[in-house]
Design a protein around this ligand. Sequence first.
Ligand code: PGA
Length: 252
Amino acid sequence: MTPNIKPLIAGNWKMHGAGGSLEVLKAAAEGFGEAAPAADGVICVPATLLDRASRVVEGTALQTGGQDCHAAEQGAHTGDVSAEMLADAGAAYVIVGHSERRADHGEGDATVAAKAKAAWRAGLTAIICIGETEAQRKAGETFTVLETQMAGSIPGGATASNTVIAYEPVWAIGTGLTPEISDIEAAHAHIRQHLKTQLGAEVADAMRLLYGGSVKPGNAESILSVDNVDGALIGGASLKAEDFLGIARAAG
Ligand code: PGA
């Protein structure tokens, strides 16, 4: 972690969960404050659950977020959801540029940047995701890929309060595989360094850098103790309250 940065424990339910899952959310919300009194917490639920989810977490230390948003405020975009709509449904955060959106919907860096700006416009904190594929890693391109994604996906105007960066190696997502701790440390140090040139040292030094990809209660402590890892973005393990809280406990 980084001294003076409040960690963020973020869950991403992806396309999982209907009304019955609100019980899981309730348990996570009720336990979060005690599990991680020094951290912020959010669970990014499917859009259909957001309004109900936001009511469930009300009065607890846990907040809600969306998983994607359209760049426009409104308009003829069938099936899309705007950042303003997420905010109206109680969201405080929105994930943009998740690798599953980049892969499944062909979202490039410019689209991701436009979505991040939309998040800010609606008063949401954007969780901007970056990360290399397995092929890029094997080709030794990890740092170049991260630099390109940062340059293209993080708009000017990013601050430590309107933006969180999530480093998620694509090959580690949902696979049970994680990089070596030394690789996570090197990637996060590189991201922080690059952000200094892109956004200035003051912003970069205060910005939260999350690690994501197969974070579990069993590896959370070692991952969260890495320099420049200021929290986690958690997919599968956020679907169980006890696992999410187990990870939160590691953030203290
Ligand atoms: P995972 O997903 O924890 O299931 O690997 C992380 C993510 O995609 O945000």
